[in-house]
Design a binder for this molecule. Structure first.
Ligand SMILES: [Zn+2]
Length: 235
């Protein structure tokens, strides 16, 4: 089964220092991908809208995709937002809240220089423009390696910061680097999140709202035939 949740990271061209380029989707390619989805009659929902529909109906809505971005990069505002708006597409961005307003190397790939994150003002401006903000923890620590207390702190701190900024409930969550275990999953549920994502794409059929796979869109999918192949199983 192809996951109707699409995973992106950066909507930008890779800079010279970048060795691992997979997480960079060029803006023009992103626009072509949204155009393709739109022409094929797909609708766009946020992660928490998908969760609410699932709870009510036992399955996700047909012909609907949820675009998600991990890590909360500045380019999600400067490059992705205008394209999302052109196609009337909603999206969900998972923030590492300690990175807001900062240029850091906390979540960049190895060997990469610091990169700019979204600002608090960016988040405020995008929230309500069809963009939902979810948590990707406070400091991007891998939850499967943490004690319950530290997991709790990562979840609660990030959730509180996001809700203070957006004045909306923060209901969706993405595990840093996709890592989770039963303790982490239970903590995410107990913190009041309604849906949680890994970064793993697999053929699993059993659906667990707190360990959902996503379809990762990578730089090589800038070739439209590859993107089309990747979304061929959606409906
Ligand atoms: Zn991440």
């Amino acid at each position: 089964m192809t996951s109707p949740f699409l995973l992106y990271h950066k909507i930008d061209l890779p800079t010279e220092d970048v060795k691992v380029r997979g997480a960079f989707t060029p803006p023009k390619a992103f626009a072509r991908q949204l155009e393709t989805l739109s022409k094929r009659g797909f609708r766009f929902a946020t992660a928490s809208e998908m969760a609410a529909y699932f709870r009510e109906n036992g399955h996700f809505p047909k012909q609907t995709v949820a675009i998600t971005f991990d890590d909360g990069w500045k380019d999600n505002f400067t490059n992705a937002l205008p394209i999302l708006q052109r196609f009337g597409a909603k999206a969900t961005i998972f923030l590492v809240t300690s990175c807001l307003d900062k240029t850091t190397d906390l979540v960049v790939a190895e060997g990469e220089g610091p990169r700019e994150h979204l600002s608090v003002d960016d988040v405020r401006a995008m929230s309500g423009e069809g963009i939902e903000f979810g948590s990707h923890t406070h400091t991007h620590r891998h939850l499967h390696k943490l004690e319950a207390d530290d997991i709790h702190t990562e979840l609660e701190t990030s959730k509180t910061i996001i809700e203070d900024i957006t004045q909306r409930p923060c209901e969706s969550f993405a595990y840093p680097a996709g890592f989770f275990n039963e303790t982490a999953k239970a903590a995410v549920r107990a913190s009041g999140f309604q849906i949680a994502f890994t970064t793993v794409y697999s053929q699993e059929t059993g659906l667990d709202l707190f360990a959902l796979n996503r379809t990762e869109i990578l730089r090589h999918d800038r070739f439209l035939f590859r993107f089309k192949r990747k979304i061929a199983g959606l409906g």
